[in-house]
Design a protein around this ligand. Structure first.
Ligand code: SF4
Length: 265
């Protein structure tokens, strides 16, 4: 599909596709009109700061340094959180949450993730690597949290923070994203002489006793077909400037609620 080259935004990514599917109007505000956000869910800077702290572990593994303690990781979380909220508009916390409870949650999650990471033995090749590729003729970009060599496998990991462990429906829903990550590393397969690409999710829960769930589901031809359709449908909608409102539960947390629905809500 040629028209895709004329997408009035940069390349598509999985998060852009998800936003378009949740609400095309929100996509328009964020990526086409670049309307300033009115508020941001605290879950976003939380997730970003957690990722940055977790990255320190991968960095140490890659460089052969000693693995940082949980106190060092917690310090990194704090630094990244402060940096992120300094730039953010009003923060919107979930019920029962505030900065202190999130800090305590992050500490527990980092403890759990550190314990898991100490058991990992792959050779870290890349951290937060940007990869450009195409799906169904549509240019895409992905940021890969972690790429490792494990025997003759290339392991591509996406770290997720979640309220609870993922069930079968959630895993199925996310399968096209794993297929996209596999496409993203195809160019490295020959150069590295690997036999298989293993994309996976590692989900760390925000529970009182956080769990680390490692998901390595095998993608099917149907998952690849779904990815291609999702990408092409999104690209078509964006090119044709189809941005209807999808009003629903997501409006309560939307960063553009007043712009979209007015100030009286
Ligand atoms: S307020 Fe609701 S309908 Fe409007 S952009 Fe946000 S999610 Fe979409």
């Amino acid at each position: 599909m040629d028209a895709v080259a004329a997408i009035p935004v940069e390349k598509l990514s999985w998060s852009r596709i998800s936003i378009y599917r949740d609400c095309p109007r929100r996509f328009r505000y964020r990526y086409v009109e670049r309307v300033p956000e009115e508020r941001v869910s605290a879950a976003l800077p939380f997730g970003g700061a957690f990722h940055q702290a977790a990255e320190r572990i991968a960095e140490a593994r890659m460089a052969g340094w000693s693995i940082p303690s949980v106190e060092v990781l917690a310090g990194e979380y704090e630094r990244a959180w402060r940096e992120s909220v300094k730039r953010a508009p009003a923060l919107q916390y979930a019920k029962g949450e505030d900065e202190a409870t999130l800090r305590a949650t992050a500490h527990r999650m980092l403890e759990a993730y550190l314990e898991f990471a100490l058991t990992e033995s792959g050779q870290v090749l890349a951290i937060e690597q940007e990869a450009r590729f195409a799906v169904g003729g549509v240019p895409m970009v992905a940021r890969l949290d972690l790429v490792e060599l494990r025997g003759d496998e290339l392991v591509v990991t996406d770290l997720k923070t979640a309220k609870s462990i993922w069930n079968a429906n959630k895993i199925r829903e996310a399968m096209p994203q794993l297929v996209a990550y596999a496409y993203a590393v195809v160019p490295f397969v020959e150069a590295l002489g690997v036999k298989r690409i293993k994309p996976r999710f590692i989900v760390i829960t925000k529970a009182k006793q956080p769990k680390v769930q490692v998901l390595e589901p095998v993608a099917t031809a149907d998952d690849a077909k779904r990815l291609k359709e999702l990408v092409q449908e999104t690209a078509k909608g964006v090119c044709a400037e189809v941005f209807p409102r999808h009003e629903g539960w997501q409006c309560a947390q939307c960063a553009f609620r007043e712009e979209c629905l007015g100030k009286d809500l």
